[in-house]
Design a protein around this ligand. Structure first.
Ligand code: GA4
Length: 318
């Protein structure tokens, strides 16, 4: 399966306009709001997740993807959860990527769905790293969402975070491995352009370039990797809750010619029954709601029928 795309931007063309939000900096809430309005994307530092934990999960992930193909395929194939290779979703999208997509179960404590398929002793250390990571990254998502409310000057401060922290929140962890595409003429699409459906996505990758985001003017720019920080995307659900004030950013990944890329992404989503609509608190006088109310379940059902690059919010627009 060949997934060719136009030549990538030269690595030197990293975009210098990505806002850096220091979570320990008291004045960072306003910066975070402008980042969500302008790009729908920013970098988070001083996030409080120990590097040791991040490195441990990365090592377990690399170990998993290094298993022989037939062993990886013993894991149920992604539909949507499980191990996937090249195929993304079920409507014909492909990418130069293999991945594990894991459902996050909240009770008794937040953890990624069982990796019972792995043989001991790897299963245990992988599961421990996954579960500790899920708890830590969920806290980062929660802090960021609270800062968003603070920056928007709305109360209660947990107006966004409570949706993601809900016991029934529909959240997902994705571990991606983009093999290097050395030897291919041109660059390969690792993961085609799309927006994320959820509220917030918190991404961490190894030190390999490839992630690109689309600016308001439609141009694509490369993100300089930073393995010690997290990158945050606004998702479609947050764009709806803010009546389009925050931008759900289109992004994509190009496979790297020299190095393989490993990323781990937490997608914080609402509970199935959650009704999504612009928050009245955020609507200015006379401002019209851009979206009709819908449930996350309704949105997800329709999202899974779409192709990756489709505009999934169009049908909910007024
Ligand atoms: C994009 C964001 C997340 O990776 C994801 C993806 C999901 C999948 O891989 O199963 C989807 C895609 C994502 C949006 C449209 C549908 C569903 C593939 C696809 C074509 C896990 C998610 O939640 O939505």
């Amino acid at each position: 399966m060949v997934v060719l795309t136009k030549p990538a931007l030269k690595p030197a063309n990293f975009y210098s306009g990505i806002p850096v939000v220091d979570l320990l900096e008291p004045g960072s809430a306003a910066l975070l709001v402008s980042a969500c309005e302008e790009l729908g994307f920013f970098k988070v530092t001083n996030h409080g997740v120990p590097m040791e934990l991040i490195a441990r999960l990365e090592a377990e992930t690399v170990k998993f993807f290094s298993l022989p193909q037939h062993e990886k395929e013993l894991v149920c194939s992604a539909n949507p959860f499980g191990y996937g290779n090249r195929r993304i979703g079920s409507n014909g999208d492909v990418g130069w990527v293999e991945y594990l997509l894991l459902e996050i179960i909240s009770k008794p404590v937040p953890h990624a769905s069982s990796l019972a398929f792995l043989r001991e002793p790897s299963a245990k250390s992988f599961c421990c790293a996954l579960n500790e990571y899920v708890m830590a990254v969920r806290r980062v998502a929660c802090k960021v969402l609270e800062k968003m409310a603070e920056g928007l000057k709305i109360e209660p401060r947990d107006v966004f975070s409570k949706v993601v922290m809900d016991e029934e929140s529909d959240s997902v962890l994705r571990l991606n491995h983009y093999p290097s595409c050395q030897g291919f003429n041109g660059s390969m699409t690792g993961f085609g352009e799309h927006t994320d459906p959820q509220i917030i996505s918190v991404l961490r990758s190894n030190n390999t370039s490839g992630l690109e985001i689309s600016l308001k003017n439609g141009s694509w720019v490369s993100v300089l990797p930073d393995q010690e920080s997290f990158f945050v995307n606004v998702g479609d659900s947050l764009q709806v809750m803010t009546n389009g004030r925050f931008r759900s950013v289109r992004h994509r990944v190009l496979a790297n010619g020299n190095k393989s890329r490993v990323s781990m992404i937490y997608f914080g989503g609402p509970p199935s029954r959650e009704r999504l609509a612009p928050l009245p608190l955020l609507m200015g006088e006379g401002e019209k709601s851009l979206y009709r109310e819908f449930t996350w379940c309704e949105y997800k059902t329709s999202a899974y029928k779409t192709r990756l690059g489709d505009d999934r919010l169009g049908q909910f627009q007024r």
